[in-house]
Design a protein around this ligand. Structure first.
Ligand code: SF4
Length: 280
């Protein structure tokens, strides 16, 4: 196993994004080029002349990651070079600001691997809400809790009928690595969403990310699954179905929730899980 993400990067201690980037880069091979829009990942990669990875990195404008990756992938193909073009983006650059370029690349079935490290807010600018922030979560721009739901990015991309979509967690590294390898072996548009707790943004201890992720997955708040051609759903980890309250109560961003608000979230988790089961 080759580490392509190096020590000395600028992530906070205990950052799950940094761990997830490391796990993804272990599987992308040496013939990969990275495209990184503004995000905590861009900070981690380091300003020139410093770099936290052995791979080439193209840092793009916020809204252009999928468009820049499209151009790179087509240029390498025109030159006859076998290069894997990989976007490493946050949820702001994926769900919000980069959605137009992302949808265009998905619709054209561009030959890129797009990985969204979803920490559910704009964390590198101080924890402002994004459309990936879940209902009820407190951010600096939703101090009383976000009043709307998290956008269903997998459902949106599934509607594009792209070859491969998956969700993953760095607390489930074998599952994550298998999905990156699978995506890398396919052609066309491939997308992974990796849920990554943020230490200051989610209000957790710096040794708490992986424990929290296991609770997220076992409570079904973060189901692990993959989708082929936008239609064939497969659950890759059967969760225990523990109450979601434990996952929520472990985070400062949900500390204000009342029992009835937690019941609303539990009902939504149950409904979303059942829809996923019905789709498999
Ligand atoms: S702000 Fe959050 S996501 Fe960004 S580096 Fe720190 S812990 Fe990681």
């Amino acid at each position: 196993m080759t580490d392509r993400f190096l020590s000395g990067h600028a992530a906070c201690g205990g950052c799950a994004v940094a761990l997830a980037v490391r796990l993804v880069l272990q599987e992308v091979g040496d013939r990969a080029v990275l495209v990184v829009p503004p995000s905590c990942i861009a900070v981690m990669m380091g300003p020139l002349p410093l770099s936290a990875t052995r791979l080439p990195v193209l840092q793009t404008a916020f809204e252009t990651a999928a468009a820049a990756a499209t151009g790179l992938a087509r240029a390498y193909r025109a030159r006859g070079e076998d290069v894997t073009v990989v976007c490493l983006a946050g949820d702001g650059g994926t769900y919000d600001i980069g959605l137009q370029a992302l949808s265009g690349a998905a619709e054209r079935n561009e030959d890129i691997l797009y990985v969204c490290f979803d920490n559910e807010a704009y964390q590198n600018t101080g924890n402002q809400r994004s459309s990936a922030t879940p209902w009820g979560a407190r951010t600096t721009s939703t101090p009383h809790g976000k009043p709307t739901r998290k956008k269903d990015i997998i459902g949106i991309l599934a509607a594009h009928r792209v070859p491969y979509l998956a969700t993953a967690s760095p607390a489930h590294p074998a599952d994550l690595a298998a999905k990156v390898r699978r995506a890398r072996g396919l052609a066309g548009f491939r997308f992974l969403r990796i849920t990554c707790p943020c230490v200051p943004g989610w209000g957790i201890a710096d040794d708490g990310s992986l424990r929290l992720l296991r609770a997220a997955v076992e409570s079904r708040a973060v189901p692990l699954f993959e989708v082929e051609e936008g239609r064939r759903y497969r659950i890759t980890h059967r969760p225990a179905g523990i109450p979601v309250a434990g996952y929520l109560r472990a985070q400062g961003r949900y500390a204000h929730l009342t029992p009835s608000e937690i019941a609303v979230i539990q009902a939504d988790v149950d409904q979303t899980w059942q829809a996923l089961v019905d789709a498999t």
